[in-house]
Design a binder for this molecule. Structure first.
Ligand code: PHE
Length: 361
């Protein structure tokens, strides 16, 4: 009878061990392993419970069972430990093998660039400020009186034609005249003389509008106006200023030439050209006629200039007996294309980002 108990208990021990080993194979993580440990060798575990059966054994059998029990328990403990190491090792391996994407995501928005026209305007401002000129501004919508009349442009002048000028709905508050989109920056001459006492040295830059639209003309373009009013001012001052400006702007010693021309608001009037800074030269430093910018003429046309007409001075309450002055005006867009090597003026206004991206800040 006692012998039977011993056999049963020993068998049960073996069966538990086998069950444990089978269950251990299924264990995948540390939590399940712990569960298994509790289930078999925990205080109330199935193996631990068999130890309580010792009391039922004959004293001479207890030792053998005790040894068998300890062996099984040790084997289970060792298997648990081994498995625990394996699970922790695998977890460590997985942790080490983890590939974290450490790429810094660029959250900055795209950086813009400064439009060639704006750059050119800034550069012009810089150069003329250095030469002692103030930079002033004027409105785009202008009184016809300032855009034309006070500039000695008579009512029947072709510039007043609807073909050339954008007239704007509404009446000017000056002389019941019309409102126009300014066709040049010259009305800023008028505004400045009406608003300041001589001596005056200003440049004004900005957008002007004419009903032109072809390969070389845009209905919206940009001009710069220069005005100098003082006692004893002559054409020589005009030429010297243009020479200084052109040389400073293009960074080399460049000649300027004046050709007689007509603008109603200057007398004498002239067109002015600058020496081409782009002409290729031979070893002797002589310019070659193959230049694509000036087409071999060695001169680049810039704009109009001249001595401010006495009628214009009078229209602005400046005494022509006391003061003289000069004015010039030319297109900025041409300057920008020359400066930045832009082959077609229209590219400046297409708003194509791929074009603008070529001018990084
Ligand atoms: N306003 C003239 C134009 O647009 C240029 C100019 C300005 C001419 C000043 C003479 C003096 O063509």
């Amino acid at each position: 009878m006692l012998r039977g108990v011993s056999d049963d208990v020993t068998q049960a021990l073996g069966a538990e061990q086998q069950r444990f080993e089978a269950a251990l194979k299924e264990v995948g993580d540390a939590d399940a392993l712990y569960e298994l440990q509790v289930q078999y060798i925990g205080k109330k575990g199935s193996v631990s419970k068999l130890r309580g059966q010792m009391g039922k054994l004959a004293p001479e059998e207890r030792k053998a069972f005790g040894m068998a029990f300890n062996e099984v328990k040790k084997a289970i403990e060792a298997a648990l430990e081994e498995r625990k190491e394996a699970i922790l090792g695998a977890a460590r391996e997985a942790d080490l093998g983890r590939v974290e994407d450490l790429t810094m995501v660029d959250t900055l928005s795209a950086v813009g660039s400064i439009h060639p026209i704006t750059r050119t305007r800034r550069e012009l401002s810089r150069v003329f400020r250095k030469l002692g000129f103030d930079v002033v501004d004027g409105p785009h919508v202008e009184h016809e009186l300032y855009n034309f009349d006070k500039l000695n442009i008579p009512a029947d002048h072709p510039a007043r034609d609807m073909q050339d000028t954008f007239f704007v709905d509404g009446q000017s508050t000056k002389n019941d005249s019309n409102l126009v989109l300014r066709t040049h920056t010259s009305p800023v001459q008028i505004r400045t003389m009406l608003g300041r006492e001589p001596p005056i040295r200003i440049v004004a830059m900005g957008t002007v509008f004419r009903k032109d639209d072809d390969a070389t003309h845009s209905p919206m373009f940009h001009q710069i106006e220069g005005l100098c009013i003082d006692k004893g001012v002559t054409m020589a001052d005009l030429k010297a200023t243009l020479y200084r400006f052109v040389s400073a702007f293009f960074g080399s010693d460049l000649k300027v030439r004046l050709r007689p021309s007509f603008f109603p608001f200057v007398e004498p009037g002239a067109e002015f050209d600058m020496e081409c800074p782009f002409c290729p030269t031979n070893e002797a430093g002589e310019k070659l006629p193959s230049c694509s910018v000036c087409k071999g003429s060695c001169w680049i046309e810039l704009g109009g200039a001249g001595m401010v007409h006495p009628k214009v001075l009078q229209a602005c309450d400046v005494d022509p007996q006391e003061y003289t002055g000069w004015a010039f005006g030319f297109g900025i867009d041409r300057m920008a294309t020359l400066l930045h090597g832009v082959p077609d003026l229209r590219l400046l206004f297409d708003g194509d980002v791929r074009f603008l991206e070529q001018f990084p800040c």
